[in-house]
Design a protein around this ligand. Structure first.
Ligand code: NDP
Ligand code: 13P
Length: 335
């Protein structure tokens, strides 16, 4: 029996907690950032704001108290928006100790520092003389579908292959299959960068450009995200896996994607502010990741034409249609 603390009670943290509880064999604690969200889940047995329609059993202890959530935890699985990871771990650090395993399920790149989430976590801990293994969980996985028990496969990445194998066993169940990988860079960037291409796929859908355009975008999207991930030290084959191509296909085509839905609104002519307001407090990571990805692309001298156009649209500097026209007018090149 392991005690697992799931830190973050948005859609993803709640779905992961449900999946791990259903698997059996673990005590699950779910930490919500806001006391109101924790109280609602405890009081109603449901996360009405972020994952409505799924019962959260009383055996999952729900709290907004960090010390309470982390007490006795052997595995800490975090799933909060990327912009809150640094501050969250700063508040967790005093309650962490050697022997614990950290797993990041957040998909994003930190604004300004351009660090991956596992790097942000390691940096926060290092400043407090703590060093714990940090694994990454990423892959094609809509929270609602995992919560419903639909068969789902994701990647669990850690530079320590023993830790990845242990997490594969501890998290795996009849509805959640995990593949191990020691390429943390590739897995983490695959999960973060697909959100930017999903915004672009939404724009294509919002403009009603059809299936040819969508397929071209997904394919050229994986080409440019792979270029960047490889330049950053990731492996090409990782980007062809679940946390690359797999998540890209899901998010670029799935109607449950928040990133794609923001892109659709932009394609239909909405402002970014209006498109984000439609999410009612839910996160679309691709918006900030687009800027960070372009920052990494400039650092490593990598060409990212789709990401560049997404940034121009987000800044309001180019209309969605003009962005597509620019992509089509680029000089011919080899595939
Ligand atoms: N939803 C999905 O299907 C999937 C999401 N992910 C990733 O998981 C991460 C979390 O997304 P998701 O669960 O969907 O989030 P949601 O959009 O469902 O919820 C937003 C979350 O942000 C939290 N939050 C707001 N302010 C703060 C703060 N200051 N500090 C800490 N947390 C805060 C909210 O907590 P509160 O209201 O309590 O303040 C809430 O839990 C993202 O990186 C996402 O890309 C990955 C795979 C699937
Ligand atoms: O990461 C996800 C599925 O793997 C969820 O995508 P959205 O954040 O676009 O909803």
């Amino acid at each position: 029996m392991s005690r697992i603390a799931v830190m973050g009670a948005g859609a993803w943290g709640t779905a992961l907690a449900l999946s791990l509880w259903r698997r059996g064999g673990h005590q699950i604690a779910l930490w919500a950032h806001s006391p109101a969200v924790a109280a609602t889940i405890r009081g109603t047995g449901e996360n009405k704001l972020f994952l409505p329609g799924f019962a959260v059993p009383g055996e999952i202890t729900v709290s907004s108290d960090v010390a309470e959530a982390l007490a006795g935890a052997e595995i800490i699985l975090s799933a909060m928006p990327s912009r809150h990871v640094r501050a969250s771990y700063a508040s967790f650090a005093a309650h962490l100790h050697a022997g614990q395993i950290l797993v990041s399920a957040t998909k994003g790149i930190e604004d300004g520092t351009l660090l991956r989430m596992s790097e942000v976590i390691a940096q926060v801990l290092a400043a407090r003389n703590l060093s714990l293994p940090v694994a990454v969980l990423s892959g094609p996985s809509f929270a609602q579908e995992l919560a419903a028990g639909a068969p789902t496969a994701v990647t669990i990445a850690c530079s320590d292959t023993g830790v990845a194998s242990l997490l594969q066993q501890e998290f795996g169940s009849g509805s959640l299959r995990l593949y191990t990988n020691d390429d943390v860079v590739g897995v983490e960037l695959g999960g973060a960068l697909k959100n930017v291409i999903a915004l672009a796929a939404g724009v294509v859908a919002g403009l009603e450009l059809g299936h040819n355009s969508a397929a071209a975008l997904i394919t050229r999207g994986i080409a440019e995200t792979t270029r960047l991930a490889v330049a950053c030290g990731g492996r090409r084959e990782t980007l062809a896996g679940l946390s690359g191509m797999g998540d890209l296909i899901l998010t670029c085509t799935g109607s449950l994607s928040r990133n794609r839905s923001v892109g659709i609104q932009l394609g239909r002519g909405a402002t970014l502010a209006d498109a984000l307001a439609g999410l009612n407090g839910k996160v679309a990571e691709g918006v900030s990741t687009a800027f960070a990805a372009l920052g990494l692309a400039e650092r490593y001298g990598v060409e990212m034409p789709i990401t560049s156009q997404v940034v121009a649209i987000l800044k309001g500097e180019r209309s969605p249609l003009a962005a597509i026209e620019e992509l089509m007018a680029r000089p011919g090149r080899d595939e």
